[in-house]
Design a protein around this ligand. Structure first.
Ligand code: ADP
Ligand code: MG
Length: 281
């Protein structure tokens, strides 16, 4: 079997809010290759942030398997989780205020994660300069976050996320608060960094338009991945995903228009699988 960089198998997350149980992830499956840039698209409440927080090591699934690189996220000690968060992942939040410290300048924000990991001062200075140039904001070094536009703040946030050179960047609706043009610039930057640094990037968003901008997009619905769109030579190819026990979700449109309810008949004819509505009910 192929080895993926990120592998989620049959992932469940159940939140208990007082008496109520909310199933945020419902047997979710996801495989991502090293060096890929993908988007996960879903409406509000579909489980996007839950998934991303699990991948970041901020939260844990109720059941299932999550592996990232050499880490098995369910088998780690507290110390390993801290190391994982610092070394393996950079996180970008939708809320620009959450990404940057308001009382630190742009360049100080970029330096902070390296200071925390105890890097040498000269290395930190050089790397911070390199990063601020990489995101195109060398002329905003000493600006405070509130002196930067939303798009500039997200660029600095990307530099902060990259500061310890993590192999994985997770972005939770990184363009959620930006206008169309600025969003496009941020997506272009993420694509550029993916190419230049070979960083694996997972972007979650409610905006289906993103499937024009990344090579692979996966739709998440009710806590489960169902459809994948791949951009090949600027043409979109859509696939249904099959999970580890062989289930696939037939789109509701097809179910409804064929009057399909609880069961179907399935035929395998010359390599084409046919599904037929059950007319004998
Ligand atoms: N800490 C929590 N406690 C209880 N329910 C939660 C919690 N976090 C998320 N949920 C619920 O889980 C579902 C998925 O949430 P979330 O992952 O934030 O969705 P998205 O990011 O796609 O909008 C929602 O129904 C949400 O209300
Ligand atoms: Mg969310």
């Amino acid at each position: 079997m192929k080895n993926y960089y990120i592998e989620c198998t049959n992932l469940f997350k159940i939140y208990k809010a007082s008496e109520l149980e909310v199933v945020a992830l419902r047997g979710l499956e996801l495989s991502v290759d090293k060096g890929e840039i993908i988007s996960i698209i879903g409406s509000s409440g579909s489980g996007k942030s839950t998934l991303l927080n699990i991948l970041a090591g901020y939260d844990f699934p109720s059941a299932g398997i999550v592996k990232v690189g050499n880490y098995d996220l369910l088998q780690m000690s507290k110390e390993e989780i801290v190391r994982y968060r610092r070394k393996e992942v950079g996180f970008i939040w939708q809320d620009t205020n959450k990404n940057l410290f308001n009382y630190l300048s742009a360049i100080e924000n970029i330096k902070l994660p390296m200071v925390i990991t105890g890097k040498n001062k000269n290395i930190i200075n050089d790397r911070a300069d390199e990063l601020i140039e990489l995101v195109g904001l060398s002329n905003r070094k000493n600006h405070m976050p509130y002196e930067l536009s939303g798009g500039e703040q997200q660029r600095i946030a990307i530099a902060v996320a990259l500061s310890n050179n993590p192999p994985l960047i997770l972005a939770d609706e990184p363009t959620g608060e930006l206008d169309d043009e600025t969003s496009q610039n941020i997506l272009d930057l993420l694509n550029e960094l993916n190419q230049k640094l070979n960083t694996t990037i997972v972007i979650v968003t409610h905006d289906p338009k993103i499937s024009d901008d990344v090579s692979r997009s996966i739709t998440i619905k009710d806590g489960k991945t169902s459809i994948e769109t791949q951009l090949i030579n600027n043409k979109k190819n859509e696939y249904l995903l099959i999970d580890s026990i062989g289930s696939l979700q037939i789109p509701k449109k097809i179910l409804d228009s064929n009057n399909i309810d609880k069961r179907v008949k399935i035929y395998n004819e010359d390599g084409v699988i046919k599904i037929e509505a059950d007319n004998e009910k």
